[in-house]
Design a protein around this ligand. Structure first.
Ligand SMILES: [Zn+2]
Length: 129
């Protein structure tokens, strides 16, 4: 059973308008907009790219002005170099590359939280000024 959202009168299923006050029945309440979901946070997007291998070049070239992006790009570059070294060195390097992956995940979590937290071990290394 539906009721008029204006006057509260009972409505029949086929009613287009309330018989009592004339309010249109099926008019949807304005949909709640979710700006966080619609507006892609470009700063975070660039910061995510900073951790995805060689893609750190994109934020490095396109988003130099954001301190947040530069911070994460720096860590992304350090991780990338660490990852390359790990790939070259057999066995020990391959094991260490698991650590690189874990740090990468930490970095991505920091980005999604909007944090500028230094990663363990590699966070102190500054390549970008
Ligand atoms: Zn009504």
């Amino acid at each position: 059973m539906a009721f008029c959202r204006n006057c509260g009168a009972e409505l029949k299923d086929e009613d287009q308008f309330c018989a009592k006050c004339g309010t249109k029945v099926n008019e949807e309440a304005p949909a709640e907009t979710a700006p966080a979901a619609i507006d892609i946070d470009m700063t975070k997007l660039y910061a995510v790219l900073a951790y995805v291998g060689i893609l750190f070049l994109i934020p490095l070239l396109l988003c130099k002005d954001s301190e947040f992006v530069r911070f994460h790009t720096n860590q992304g570059i350090v991780l990338f170099i660490a990852g390359v070294i790990c790939a070259i060195v057999p066995i020990i390097g391959w094991i260490a590359s698991i650590g690189v992956l874990v740090l990468m995940v930490f970095g991505l979590i920091n980005v999604s939280n909007g944090d500028m937290k230094e990663l363990p071990v590699i966070g102190k290394i500054k390549i970008l000024k």
